[in-house]
Write a protein that binds this ligand. Structure first.
Ligand SMILES: *Cc1c(COP(=O)(O)O)cnc(C)c1O
Length: 365
């Protein structure tokens, strides 16, 4: 086991740098000021990554995987009298609907096919008809397929109708340039183990300061109370309410520094785009077609259709794993696909090596 090393092309968790992993080789106290100062710095850095004009925005970190933070947001920001519209074209949009249903929040769905972006005319029609909707939620990069949704168009319409906007930017934040203010996003959700390139253990929300202040006492859960967590971090200099994933946060801080060293989100986006373009080009040469139109691709992850009906994904997976690459099974409901992510500490040479390995096997078949 010790010697088994493979590249994770599975966001996430994803491949992290040695230095990010090494940052965890020290124990940290959850309430000591050394650690709390680190949390405060990470929160400030997150706000700076999300918006140019930082004055009206704030960040809050939440224990758990990304879904816990989505649930904390949905469960804390919607008033008892509220109603949520969710844009759905994949598994993560569906998950938001599921969360709202479990929490008993009235929900409407604006649905598109898994290989199509959200249709904004359809969205407008629903908003016009159902005036009691208070919040619009959408997924930026739907990791199910890798499709990129037109967030700026979605929020523009939502704002025209006076709605608050919640964006699941889990798999895009840090890897695609976003400006919350001009994009009119009130709550943006992401997690440690995606494009910031940290290890899993917590998620975070960057929010409009005015809007998060209004969420007091609204949460439908104690531990997933976003307002309370935020208020504690504000009042007590970065203190978490309950035990925090200290080592993960320390590694995350290192990952934030490495993002800066790389040249920020723009430079990282360029690397991801180069990775993704090379991946698609080489995969097509090896006989694999992407599931969605190239115009809709994100630079994050790509879904490929099985090349033949009797394609044996399990043996393909094990072959690649033996050669040092771990890929993702598909998540599309109607078509047989698999996914290859190219975020994380992954470079052109890795994509080159991966696709050569795939080609070699295609030749053997
Ligand atoms: C990864 C991801 C999530 C959260 O998944 P977890 O497994 O809970 O971390 C949510 N939405 C999107 C779009 C994602 O890519």
């Amino acid at each position: 086991m010790e010697n088994t090393h493979y590249l994770l092309l599975t966001p996430g968790p994803l491949t992290t740098t040695r230095t990010v992993k090494a940052a965890m080789m020290r124990d940290w106290c959850t309430w000591d000021y050394d650690y709390n100062n680190l949390v405060q710095e990470a929160r400030q850095k997150l706000v700076r990554l999300a918006v140019k004009n930082t004055d009206h925005y704030t960040a809050v970190l939440m224990q758990g995987s990304g879904t816990f933070t989505v649930e904390a947001t949905i469960g804390s920001v919607i008033k008892p009298s509220g109603k949520l519209l969710v844009c759905v074209n994949g598994a993560y949009g569906k998950r938001i609907v599921q969360i709202a249903q479990v929490l008993g929040i009235p929900t409407v769905v604006c649905k598109a096919a898994e290989n199509e972006p959200i249709n904004v005319e359809q969205l407008e029609k629903v908003l016009k008809e159902q005036t009691d909707i208070t919040h619009v939620a959408a997924v930026h990069c739907e990791t199910t397929t890798g499709i990129l949704n037109p967030i700026q168009q979605i929020t523009k319409i939502a704002k025209r109708y006076g709605k608050l906007t919640i964006i699941d930017a889990m798999s895009s934040f840090g890897g695609i340039e976003i400006d919350m203010e001009s994009w009119q996003i009130d709550f943006l959700i992401s997690s440690a183990n995606k494009c910031i390139q940290g290890v899993p253990g917590f998620g975070f929300v960057i929010a409009s300061r005015d809007e998060i202040k209004k969420c007091k006492g609204q949460a439908r859960s104690l531990s997933l109370d976003l307002y309370d967590q935020w208020e504690t971090m504000e009042q007590f200099n970065g203190k978490w309410r309950f035990t925090s994933p200290t080592h993960v946060v320390r590694a995350f801080y290192q990952a934030l520094l490495e993002l800066e060293e790389e040249g920020g989100v723009r430079a990282r986006q360029q690397r991801y785009e180069q990775n993704q373009r090379l991946l698609v080009k080489r995969m097509k040469e090896a006989g694999f077609q992407p599931f969605i139109k190239e115009a809709y691709h994100s630079p994050i992850i790509t879904s490929f259709c099985f090349p033949t009906e009797d394609f044996d994904f399990v043996s393909f997976y094990h072959y690649l794993k033996e050669q040092g690459f771990v890929i993702y099974p598909g998540k599309v409901s109607q078509t047989d696909t698999f996914r290859i992510g190219n975020i994380g500490d992954v470079h052109m040479a890795d994509i080159q090596a991966l696709t050569e390995t795939i080609e070699k096997r295609a030749v053997c078949l």
